[in-house]
Design a protein around this ligand. Sequence first.
Ligand code: M6R
Length: 608
Amino acid sequence: MCGIVGYVGPRQATAILMDGLKRMEYRGYDSAGIAVINGDGLTVRKAAGKLGVLAEELAGNAPTGRVGIGHTRWATHGAPTTPNAHPHVDRSGRIAVIHNGIIENANDLRKALVARGHEFTSQTDTEVLAHLIGEFYDGNLEEAVAAALRDVDGAYGICVISADEPDVLVAARNGSPIILGIGDDEYLVASDQSALVEHTRSVIYLDNGEMAVMTPKGYRVRSLISRRVDKPINQIEWDLETIERGGFEHFMLKEIFEQPESIENTMRGHLLEETGNVRVYGLKLDDDQVKEIKRIIITACGTSWHSGMIGKYMLEELARVPTDVEYASEFRYRNPIIDEHTLVIAISQSGETADTLAALLEAKQRGARTVGLVNVVGSTIAREVDGGLYLRCGPEIGVASTKAFTSQVAALAMVTLRFARLKEMSLLDGKRWVEALAALPGQVREILSRADEVKVLAEQFADANNALYLGRGVNFPTALEGALKLKEISYVHAEGYPAAEMKHGPIALIDDAMPVIVVAPRDAIYGKIVSNVQEVRARGGRIIAITNPGDEEISDLADATFVVPETLDLLSPILTVIPLQLFSYYVALRRGCNVDQPRNLAKSVTVE
Ligand code: M6R
């Protein structure tokens, strides 16, 4: 969730660090700092607040030097103040450290260091690590870092420099991503590919327990124990343009509008029209293995959990495999029942979410076969699973997940088809399913061409302080996702409910100040939701209905209606969610909120 960048090479480090931090600012943004080796000393500059505050402070007097590290922070230990911002230095002031993650034994280490005379200026676990490295330092930074890390429990992605070895940059990883960028006579380190692509596409992904030592003359990867580990060099596929805003006011809006292409990319090369099936070799599940699976557990967080819920409806309905959907943070601590006939599907846009990763590792340890539906190539979850599908929806920068959600649902639809065609689904139904999937990008494009209709609605409802989202069946998770989108970027309290459940409590909230957004495509349970909408109407609630062309009953009851094209019932969330994403975007805009960087949130949640 914090952003890490490091540089060693012939160019001035400060500009490269600040540029890299800018590209990663979406990951965490309550403070920022850099440290540059300057002559024979170390210059550390940091500031609380957005990166712009630090940039202003550096304007006109940026430190010079060709080796440096930079960090944007999302607070875990200690308030988001300047003293708590990274980099942190050791007792000598000559070693600087940036860190992403949490050092779990920091309190014990701090007590021991204090007993040995150390004084601390921040509340962070990172400063403890800096002092520990300093204690081990006797002229060899690489060995001091390795020795200190052997005493550390917890998660870290770190970068370290020392004024006494002005050509050396050391990085290490355990649990938090660290990627090395291999340039021409220069090396970069980052926690996120976006900080590297401008400089190089050649990268090495460090694995847990690995370190890298870089100088302008070369690099070496090692483990905490051994001196050398051979690592392959990978190529980043995304270019800079795909990471930038491309003329849209916000990343979120750009990403909403990218969905026709992103959904298409997710499915590209997988759909088999002739056989009504999918080609998904990446799952690494042959026919016998699929038949052996007796139970599926989907684990994820946030929006990815919502797509997992939709997956449950699909898998149970069509493949008839019992499927549970678990919050990753709960799953790992509740002694789950898993055997070799259980398939665990981890869903994650970033592939770095700490809870999802831990749940996945727990499942592996208990003998489950694992599959990942992940967007970021080379991310930790993608590398830990037995098989999987990349979402291929391109970088998602806005904190509110949009295009990853629709791609996750499309990926789950393909997994479902793989299972269903081996179990009960006929060739004809398989073909209908493939045809419906292939039609989705065009249908999303059509919805987006009417985004202005949603904008008008959002402006009418933007002053409300609460909202209720209702849906039934597979659109109950859509309602949950709509509510999450609204609350995270516009700070409007919103709840999602199964429509019929409303009468068991939430109905007490309904009055003319409470917008009720009803997701009601004309599916098999449409008739049931009509009665729920009547109950809202009878209590004076203001209703926005998302439905299909030809609907009359709900439109007659609603204050406003937005129609989406018809598709197969189980695929409808991919279409019904689009107006909900747009609605939350326009409400947030109207309320003056920071759409791409909402308060208290980070794009990639790499702490428990
Ligand atoms: O990267 P992941 O998909 O694992 O992230 C999971 C959640 O943190 C994420 O979906 C979060 O809920 C988003 N802010 C939702 O918009």
